[in-house]
Design a protein around this ligand. Structure first.
Ligand code: ARG
Length: 467
């Protein structure tokens, strides 16, 4: 008995051995075109490089390669004009484009898939997309670092409280606090640069998993697509998603940094702190409380890490149990990365806007720095230097003086010399020189310390580095 395939229903791209098309639910769970159409530009670039290579190697004719190249460019315009007929029957971006190509140019279109598979095709498309996102993250981070640097430059010597446990610890400078974020973001940037370097190998030509018997030139396609070299193992090429995981991991750490500054902004812009003012551009009102100005963008930025880290965990979980090489589970990689990348880029842009726009209240910062016995460490250090007390003893003497000031309801500089001497007779009026917050920050000149001179050196270093 001969089975007559229902060619209408079976998949036109791979349905040769099928006599019926998929169940509607099968199609719904299988199709990725709803989201992987975002890879259209990378898919077309990969196919153009592949076709040119096939012709250069004499695997297809130059005439066919030209028709393919032009046809793909026409499809690119069609997609960009919103006129491409995406269809879930053709599953994914690869089959949608290839089928459309054949529709447009005929026979030659059917030669494009020679010596490759969707497995290496999706691997190269996705790598190109993630590589581009690394570049965008690097650019976004550079802009944000510049915004923090500007704040540091303006407020290199503004005094503010430095916190540990969110309790006043020691006076620091605004510039120093801003530069802390420049350092964090610089590490983020180097993580994206590093990941980009490592992912910059081309998997195209690994074919389904084992390579191909056609005399392809993988160096040529790698070069055409801006990769440093082709990947060296075909099995690894189609089963590897480390590049996506590295991007997500770097994004998670970066989003954690954004979230930490967002948290500081929420605290600092509150009526209780008033360290900074966010302008109307970066706040929203309440529908019931007319006085409100809420730091919504900062709050949302704090929350974005949840999504990005969620995507990271999701992809690790997809990958962890997969035997080599490709499995369809891996189709679940893209939505996670798309969402994380969108969240990160938006987050970087929003943070850059807020940092550029915020105004610190110098007087309030200084007043806050002067309260909470913030120069107690300076006093203890003075006792060590001037009276040669062992540090542990100086710590104890200072603690007694703090308790005394607390019970008198005043701050350390408000104690009299007699008060001081009642705790340690050797104390002289020289001590008052170290109790002021300006002197305190000025004295912290150790490398990496908060002294304005040190901050200005670091500002200059970063200005030179960031241009
Ligand atoms: N849409 C697929 C994905 O995103 C493309 C690769 C399909 N390969 C296959 N052998 N079915 O992973």
């Amino acid at each position: 008995m001969t089975v007559t395939p229902d060619s209408k229903a079976a998949n036109q791209m791979w349905g040769g051995r099928f006599s019926a098309g998929p169940d509607a639910i099968m199609q719904a769970i299988n199709a990725s075109i709803g989201f992987d159409q975002r890879l259209y530009a990378q898919d077309i670039a990969g196919s153009r490089a592949h076709a040119a290579m096939l012709a250069a190697q004499g695997i297809i004719s130059n005439k066919d390669a030209e028709a393919i190249g032009e046809g793909l460019l026409a499809i690119l315009s069609e997609i960009e004009a919103g006129q491409f007929p995406f269809t879930p029957e053709l599953e994914d971006i690869h089959l949608n484009i290839e089928a459309r190509l054949t529709e447009r140019i005929g026979e030659a279109g059917k030669r494009l898939h020679t010596g490759r598979s969707r497995n290496d095709q999706v691997a190269v498309d996705f790598r190109l997309w993630v590589r581009d996102q690394c570049d965008q993250a690097i650019a976004g981070l550079t802009g944000l670092m510049q915004a923090f640097l500007k704040q540091a430059e303006v407020g290199a010597d503004w005094v503010m409280p430095g916190f540990t446990h969110l309790q006043t610890a020691q006076p620091v400078t605004w510039g120093h606090h801003m530069l802390a974020y420049v350092e964090m973001l610089a590490r983020d940037r180097s993580r994206f640069e590093d990941a980009r370097r490592r992912m910059n190998e081309c998997p195209l030509g690994a074919a389904a998993l084992a390579g191909t018997s056609f005399p392809i030139d993988r160096h040529m396609t790698a070069q055409a697509l801006g990769f440093d070299r082709p990947t060296a193992n075909s099995l690894d090429s189609v089963s590897d998603r480390d590049f996506a995981l590295e991007f997500l991991s770097a994004s998670s750490i970066c989003a954690m940094h954004l979230s930490r500054f967002a948290e500081e902004l929420v605290i600092w812009s509150s009526a209780q702190f008033r360290f900074v003012r966010l302008s109307d551009k970066w706040t929203t009102g309440s529908s019931i409380m007319p006085q409100k100005k809420n730091p919504d963008a900062a709050e949302l930025l704090r929350a974005k890490l949840g999504r990005i880290l969620g995507a990271t965990v999701a992809l690790f979980t997809v990958m962890k149990g997969l035997a080599l090489t490709y499995s369809k589970d891996m189709q679940e990689d893209k939505e996670q990365v798309f969402d994380a990348a969108d969240s990160l880029m938006l987050g970087l842009a929003a943070m850059t806007g807020m940092v550029s726009d915020m105004t610190a209240n110098r007087e309030i910062l200084r007043a806050a720095a002067a309260s909470g016995f913030s120069t107690a460490t300076d006093l203890a250090d003075w006792l060590v230097k001037a009276l040669n007390l062992p540090f542990r003893e100086a710590h104890h003497v200072t603690g007694t003086l703090v308790a005394m000031a607390e019970s008198k309801g005043c701050d350390l500089p408000d104690l009299t010399l007699a008060d001081m001497q009642s705790v340690h007779s050797g104390i002289t009026d020289q001590v008052f020189g170290v109790l002021g917050v300006e002197n305190s920050v000025r004295s912290r000149t150790s490398y990496g310390g908060t002294a304005p001179d040190r901050v200005r050196e670091q500002v200059a270093r970063w200005q030179a580095a960031l241009g």
